[in-house]
Write a protein that binds this ligand. Structure first.
Ligand SMILES: C[S@@+](CC[C@H](N)C(=O)[O-])C[C@H]1O[C@@H](n2cnc3c(N)ncnc32)[C@H](O)[C@@H]1O
Length: 396
């Protein structure tokens, strides 16, 4: 069962889905056995390159990878690791650290090279943090409750939390992963699950009650809900996304959260002059790699090169939809200057009617500002990786 699940993960199936399928097919497993299976599937999926290095074979078969994981990373004796992996006899494992960043942190070569270019010497620390699962972070829904009241309510439901340091809306779950989807507080719309860095992007829009706000890449509405709450459910909040299914989910979430101001646009907006526009752009998502053990192995480096043109076009559209004196927030969840700074600087070069303004002046923690842009990352802030620029259309 373990070998079969791992074979699927190593040949490209998402680990979460494989685990789910395997657990459903083996319902008699005890709680401990289920936990052990999850650990093995996630860790062998994540550490496959490093395990291949230990075995001296980048194409090592699944039982050998399992043995290397159990003995060297999980600390089992060679005898126990042999028995559980079914390999027959102990295998020699390399001593010492791999020389390359890619092997040390079990990344594809191209990705490790990319992070080296992005971060220089800090790439080691960044990559190490990609191999530690991020915290589960909740965003309180201020239309329904306060952060302190939500923390009390969650405690009564058996979930301990602590407040986030960067976003006044954030609560981090403390201790073992709870089944959030079984909680009444979730069904009542008291919170959403949202990384603290992602919350900063929504806050950066600084949407106010009564304004016209356009969420131009609304998806399933994570930030739309946040904007609606900031607007205290007053004003005009327009949400567009080309993916109709995501917009349907957005509407369901709105009703749960008590949001009544959202107008969903099924076609690209025209003729709007909004006070604020959020471009939460489609991107390579390199900032979210710690969210899944095997996301990194499913990325196609060629697809990265197509994104800046798409992002440029969406940002240019946003520029046409904001009023003089209004603001566009351009945001991504990636660590890639070509999709971040370069898209914004290219837009500014061809749009003299816009200027870059300091992000979150007066409230954003200065550690989240890099070269005039919002930038946060797992090794610096404990968040996923995010980038944002605040662009003001000059009055005229
Ligand atoms: C990062 S996701 C948005 C996440 C969403 N804002 C949230 O907080 O849940 C990017 C979204 O951009 C949408 N998208 C792709 N191409 C687009 C385009 N040309 N114009 C607008 N949105 C686009 C995708 O469908 C996707 O939902």
């Amino acid at each position: 069962m373990v070998t079969e699940a791992l074979s699927h993960v190593l040949s490209g199936s998402p680990a979460e889905r494989v685990l789910d399928r395997t657990l459903r097919a083996h319902r008699s497993l005890s709680r401990e056995q289920r936990q052990a299976l999850a650990e093995v599937v996630f860790n062998v999926g994540l550490w496959r390159r490093r395990l291949g290095f230990l075995l001296g074979n980048p194409e090592a078969p699944v039982p050998a990878l399992l043995y290397a994981f159990l003995h060297r990373l999980a600390g089992l004796s060679p005898e126990d690791a042999v028995r559980l992996s079914g390999i027959g006899e102990p295998q020699p494992l390399a001593a010492g650290e791999p020389l390359s960043l890619a092997l040390r942190w079990s990344l594809p070569d191209w990705l490790a090279e990319h992070f080296s270019r992005e971060f220089g010497p800090a790439a080691e620390d960044f990559c190490a943090h990609l191999n530690v699962p991020g915290p589960i972070t909740l965003r309180v829904n201020p239309l329904r409750t306060t952060r302190a009241a939500l923390a009390e309510r969650l405690r009564a439901e058996g979930v301990e939390t602590r407040p986030g340091a960067l976003s006044p809306l954030a609560l981090h779950v403390v201790g073992p992963k709870p089944n959030l989807y079984g909680l009444d507080s979730l069904r009542e719309g008291l919170f959403e699950v949202q990384d603290e860095g992602s919350q900063l992007l929504g806050l950066l829009v600084e949407a106010r009650p009564g304004e016209t706000v356009l969420d131009l890449c609304a998806g399933a509405g994570g930030k739309t809900l946040q904007l609606a709450a900031a607007m205290e459910n007053r004003g005009r909040l327009l949400a567009y996304d080309p993916d109709a299914g995501r917009l349907d989910r957005l509407l369901q979430r709105c009703s749960r959260a008590g949001v009544s101001t959202v107008q969903v646009l099924r076609a690209p907006p025209e003729g709007v002059l909004a006070d604020r526009v959020l471009v939460d752009a489609p991107c390579s998502e390199l900032g979210s790699l710690r969210r899944g053990p095997d996301l990194r192995f499913r990325l196609d480096p060629a697809s990265l090169s197509e994104l800046p043109r798409v992002q440029h076009d969406i940002l240019a559209r946003a520029g046409r939809l904001v009023r003089p004196g209004g603001r566009v927030v351009y945001a991504t969840c990636t660590v890639n200057r070509a999709e971040n700074e370069e898209v914004v600087l290219g837009f500014l070069r061809e749009s003299p009617g816009f200027r870059l303004v300091p992000p979150g002046a007066g409230w954003l923690d200065p550690s989240c500002v890099r070269e005039g842009f919002l930038f946060c990352a797992p090794h610096l802030h404990g968040t996923d990786g995010f980038f944002a620029a605040v662009l003001e259309r000059v009055e005229g």
